[in-house]
Design a protein around this ligand. Sequence first.
Ligand SMILES: [Fe+2]
Length: 249
Amino acid sequence: MKTSASKIMSALLLASVAFCPCANANPNENAKKMKYQLEALEYPYDALEPYIDAETVKIHHDKHQAAYVDKLNAAIESEASFSPDLPLEGLLADLQNAPEKIRTALRNNGGGAWNHAFYWRGFSPDKSQMSEEFKKAVEESFGSAENMWKQIVAAAVGQFGSGWAWLGVNAAGKLKICTTPNQDSPIMGNSVSSCAIIPILAVDVWEHAYYLKYQNRRQEHLEKLWNIINWKRVSERYSRALKENKVSL
Ligand SMILES: [Fe+2]
């Protein structure tokens, strides 16, 4: 019988999401390694104003996130024997089998690349509603959506230093909130993360996510994110995690 951790690991390895190493697909360029891509934003830089300002979105995506992608590819390039052809989710779920020499670089930069892509897609300038299925689960676990958000904010405020707060589905099919330090991610599995969930929403607790507008006011920034959550997507992620045991970007 599989453990809950191995079930989640299997699910992540099987996940068919968009974040793939798509470059250099030309068969004439077989000698070159495939490269992971910077996931494009789904909205303009200023779309999340006034809750996240345009300058923060631009620097956060075009500089910070892009740097994680570049360093991830550089780490892979540096190890001649390593040529992954997995979606990034699969690479991160199987870190223990990556070359030890570059494992930390893959963890930090691969985590940074994937976590940010997932983070941005959890927001939208367009208001949307939770599905009835997800709303019912939220109310069962937290009493109300507002109370759930308070608990997510509290977890994020309580994360010492840099990291992430997550909402996700655990092996029992229940909604859970947890945090990870640095660029660690629930999709890395139990060998790296104690957050044994399939994530459906991420909150970035690195200062670069809010410092330009909010300076040291982390809690104020986090509370404002309530206004731009893409509940339609979070509901879809929830449904897939629950029914298919898979993560969705
Ligand atoms: Fe970030």
